[in-house]
Design a protein around this ligand. Structure first.
Ligand code: NI
Length: 209
């Protein structure tokens, strides 16, 4: 479990992921607890917004799947549901590493949170239009064309290979999270004019906060 404040003693800091992720992160890109814990004592993490450079970093492969990662991803799942959202990629909480959490139960309205590590995907089917939002761009929604089918491969926290085939909204959600790991955002799929309108709207919202 992530806990406490880490400003005083960096060496003993539970939020220091340098052991897990080696040298790819610096101090400015660590997960930050945004104050308070949820009822079941899991930490809610800061979600970085779309204009933060961390969202533009390509994720690097995770080298060690360990207890630290298990704790962190539990907090990510908690943060995702609290937002509320259906997926959250590591760079959205400040770590440009190749993993995300997603609720595979989104279409059945039954929670089925999963951790997908070092994922790859193969896309197929038709292009489908659908509305999307993003926890890093709150209150901004747009229609995006995505492939209807996706085959996702990766690893779980037990280092077992996993393979997920999805269509519909889940396929869309997986492609959205994979895009995050590539340093892209859903509005990058839109035309320049449309994207600029959404960006202006979002910047105004940040200013007005
Ligand atoms: Ni997103």
């Amino acid at each position: 479990m992530l806990s406490g404040h880490c400003d005083l003693d960096e060496n003993n800091c539970l939020l220091d992921f340098s052991s897990t992720f080696e040298t790819i992160f610096n101090r400015s890109s660590k997960p930050q607890i945004r104050g308070g814990f949820s009822i079941d004592n899991m930490a809610l993490l800061t979600i970085y917004h779309a204009l933060d450079p961390i969202l533009r970093k390509k994720a690097k492969p995770v080298k060690n799947i360990d207890g630290e990662l298990a704790d962190l991803t539990q907090d990510m799942i908690e943060t995702m549901y609290d937002a509320p959202g259906v997926g959250l990629a590591a760079n959205q909480i400040g770590l440009p590493a190749s993993f995300f959490v997603i609720d595979l139960g989104i279409e059945k309205e039954k929670r089925d949170p999963r951790v997908i590590i070092n994922p790859t995907m193969v896309l197929s089917g038709e292009m489908e239009d659908g509305e999307e939002g993003c926890l890093s761009i709150p209150d901004v929604f747009a229609h995006v064309k995505r492939y209807s089918l996706v085959e996702l491969k990766g690893y779980d926290l037990n280092q077992n290979e996993i393979r997920i085939e999805a269509d519909g909204f889940l396929s869309r959600a997986i492609q959205h999270e994979m895009e995050h790991l590539n340093g892209s955002l859903f509005w990058d799929n839109l035309g320049v004019a449309k994207r600029d309108i959404l960006k202006r709207k979002f910047k105004k919202k940040l200013r007005d906060k």
